[in-house]
Design a protein around this ligand. Structure first.
Ligand SMILES: CCCCCCCC/C=C\C=C\CC(=O)SCCNC(=O)CCNC(=O)[C@H](O)C(C)(C)COP(=O)(O)OP(=O)(O)OC[C@H]1O[C@@H](n2cnc3c(N)ncnc32)[C@H](O)[C@@H]1OP(=O)(O)O
Length: 281
């Protein structure tokens, strides 16, 4: 390795603090110069959102809220996948207690991310279907690397995105665009996502995506943090309150829906298709 590269790695390590090492599925690294935290999902192969990853995500978001970071950038350790969305294995032939805990945790994680008091941005360095898109659209800004896809594809799996998934989508896209894309279960390429406004910028690499997220968060440098965060909360309060008010009904609806034989059959076929595709590669 060239000496300059070694020196730059040493300098970078010195200016970044690893905040959470106890959790294995996410890491939080705070840059000492910018004060911005990078939250990285690390559940190979596809960052499928299972109960444990959702728990780690929630505790990492809480950690960033608590450590006075100037902002939060959400990204992935994979070079091709931001997140494949909910881990379908949590929903297919589910364990009765675990699936309750799983959905409840998903609700909590969304409430924490969408309602976060710090500025949030997603450096989308890979595919981002369904729950992956939910995470990205829960942030305030999105920068995506080319040649990947993003969208809420639930109808393609024979499932229905709940109202709060739609709320995140609608905080980014105009209603007409959001409704059509959701009904179609449309996945957008990076270029299409930029055109329609689902993402804010493109970047040629994960590093560049993070730099652009840092620049976005930097736009708040001269804004009073309390005024900024209360303004954000007011924009998002109705969506957050709606889920808070309906959490139990939302859970029961999900359990009823996911346990329908037709839905189970559809999930089984979809999983089989994914596995066949993986074997061919
Ligand atoms: C009336 C109101 C009612 C309200 C009811 C509410 C009901 C709502 C319910 C649920 C909502 C769900 C939202 C979701 O997030 S569902 C998940 C949707 N995700 C997807 O469709 C993505 C599927 N995956 C892919 O498209 C690809 O895997 C991709 C992410 C593009 C990566 O491709 P590639 O790099 O080629 O990797 P492989 O396809 O080979 O996958 C590697 C292994 O990972 C497994 N895999 C992939 N995705 C998932 C997943 N989401 N869950 C579980 N497992 C997944 C895949 O099978 C491979 O496994 P293996 O190596 O064992 O064969």
């Amino acid at each position: 390795m060239m000496r300059s590269k070694v020196l730059s790695l040493v300098a970078r390590a010195a200016s970044n603090r690893m905040m959470s090492t106890a959790t294995k599925l996410t890491t939080v690294e705070v840059n000492d110069k910018t004060g911005i935290a990078t939250l990285t999902m690390n559940r190979p192969p596809v960052n499928g959102l299972n109960l444990e990853l959702l728990q780690d995500l929630k505790s990492s978001i809480d950690e960033v809220e608590g450590n006075k970071s100037r902002g939060l950038i959400l990204t992935s350790s994979s070079s091709t996948i931001f997140s494949a969305g909910l881990d379908i294995l949590e929903m297919y032939k589910p364990d009765k207690d675990r699936i309750r805990a799983f959905w409840t945790q998903l609700q909590e994680t969304w409430l924490a991310l969408y309602g976060s008091s710090v500025p949030t941005a997603a450096a989308i360095n890979g595919h981002s279907p369904a729950g992956g898109c939910l995470l990205a659209t829960s942030c305030e800004y999105r920068v995506m690397v080319p040649n990947f896809t993003i969208g809420l594809n639930e109808t393609q799996l024979g499932i229905v995105a709940p109202k709060w998934f739609m709320a995140s989508f609608l905080s980014v896209l105009p209603q007409r665009e959001a409704e059509r894309a959701l009904n179609q279960g449309r996945m957008f390429t990076t270029e299409e996502a930029l055109k329609v406004g689902l993402i804010d910028e493109t970047a040629n690499s994960k590093e560049e995506a993070i730099e652009k997220c840092v620049a976005f968060i930097g736009t708040f440098a001269k804004v009073n943090p309390l005024a900024r965060s209360l303004t954000k909360q007011q924009f998002r309060a109705a969506d957050l309150q709606q889920l808070q008010n309906e959490r139990q009904q939302d859970l029961e609806k999900f359990l009823f829906f996911v346990n329908q034989p037709a839905v189970q059959k559809g999930l089984g076929i979809y999983l089989e298709g994914l596995k066949k595709k993986a074997k061919k590669q």
